[in-house]
Ligand binder design. Structure first.
Ligand code: PLP
Length: 390
């Protein structure tokens, strides 16, 4: 039987970038004690108070079909959160509840791209981006955020490929680089988007993990509200990765279209999960800071350990649960270095090449193990880089 071109071509062919991750998993399975700094997931589980809210909601009968656009109680809490954090007046009509940020990435691209359209995204990128764009029949075109600009995208590079494109996908705080886009960068992206009539799809799933300065959403910049679709998620902010709940915020007309998409795809998000998410948001910023705190602490720890290092240089990580490390001075690719680090020191990190071409010769270190274990792993990394560079 024949499968559609869309599904067959979704991954774009070649390596999916997860080889080191899989090798580490196999080593763990065969009994090797590997420090895994690969995947972006907390080392804690969802808080018991949230689980209790979920349990109670299920017992109270929230186990049936829900409204496709999301329950009013959750939409209004998301709206209040966004209004409070960005100053942009946001109502439930601006909010669609989706199955996690990934669901939001799919819905937004589906909403703005027709088959054959060009959708822009920044390299280095979160691994699903090009595949998600292909899933809606559009053509992903990347713009490199260069290492020599500490991975801040250059608006002029975006302008060079913007004519005729439909959208630009940006992610700040950024996975994989840990970089937070400056006001200047976002103003530049906004200018290019306006000149070329692009939608800005703003992936803000790390908005509670900003270590230096404040989170800045392009939707809050002058003149950009009507062309910006914001993607948020409970995954990272509330350690609810498995609950699969997030949102898209945008103009009500866009939300109406995406609610139709929900009717014909997800058919809504579980009621008990939405109740738990509303309860979690009610816990306020203190709770969010508690979830983010270990990453802030570990980011400080890693940057301190790497201070003054030349063979392995940390990129200033102003946000997110990762630190990007430049190991080009060792002469090895990120992939070769990551393999040696895994084989020789039993430390698993993601090669920069897993996230496109711009982060080649880099490693992404996820801050997702206990501090003492992380420290040991980073010392191993520094040691190996030093030995190779000499
Ligand atoms: N966007 C970015 C940048 C991510 O790093 C992730 C997950 O790691 C997602 C979106 C998807 O997250 P979720 O679907 O769990 O909200």
């Amino acid at each position: 039987m024949r499968f559609s071109n869309t599904i067959r071509n979704m991954t774009g062919g070649g390596s999916d970038g997860w080889d080191v991750f899989r090798k580490a998993k196999n080593m763990v399975r065969s009994g090797v004690d590997v420090t895994e700094l690969t995947i972006g997931e907390h080392d804690i589980r969802t808080d018991p108070i949230i689980l209790e809210a979920m349990h109670n909601a299920a017992r109270d009968g929230h186990t049936g079909y829900t409204t496709f656009e999301g329950e009013e109680a959750l939409r209004s809490r998301v709206a209040a959160r966004i209004t409070g954090r960005t100053g942009v007046m946001t109502t439930p009509d601006h909010v669609l509840i989706v199955p996690g940020g990934q669901g939001g990435l799919f819905a937004t691209h589906h909403a703005v791209c027709d088959p054959g359209d060009t959708a822009l995204y920044i390299d280095p990128y979160y691994t699903t981006y090009p595949g998600t764009i292909r899933t809606v029949g559009a053509t992903p075109v990347s713009v490199e955020a260069r290492a020599d600009r500490d991975f801040q995208p250059d608006p002029d590079d975006i302008a060079a490929v913007a004519p005729g494109a439909r959208s630009i996908l940006v992610n700040t705080p950024n996975n994989p680089t840990g970089v937070v886009y400056t006001r200047e960068t976002l103003d530049g992206i906004g200018r290019v988007a306006t000149e070329n009539d692009l939608w800005i799809i703003s992936d803000e799933v790390y908005d509670t993990q900003v270590w230096i300065g404040d989170h800045l959403s392009p939707r809050a910049l002058p003149g950009l509200e009507e062309r910006t679709l914001v993607i948020g998620s409970m995954s990272k902010s509330h350690a609810m990765t498995g609950s699969r709940v997030g949102w898209v915020v945008g103009p009500p007309e866009a939300i109406e279209h995406m609610a139709n998409l929900a009717t014909h795809t997800t058919y809504g998000i579980s009621g008990f999960v939405q109740h738990a998410a509303a309860f979690a948001l009610d816990q306020g910023t203190e709770f969010e800071e508690m979830i983010a705190e270990p990453f802030r602490r570990r980011r400080d720890l890693v940057l301190k350990l790497m201070e003054g290092q030349n063979a392995a240089r940390a990129i200033p990580a102003d946000g997110a649960m990762y630190v990007m490390v430049d190991i080009r001075a060792t002469g090895l690719s990120g992939e070769d270095f990551a393999n040696r680090l895994l084989d020789e020191r039993h430390v698993a990190v993601m090669p920069g090449e897993s996230f496109g071409t711009a982060a080649a010769g880099h490693l992404r270190v996820a801050l997702t193990v206990a501090d003492d274990r992380l420290e040991e792993a980073v010392r191993d990394l520094i040691d190996l880089a030093g030995a190779l560079a000499n």
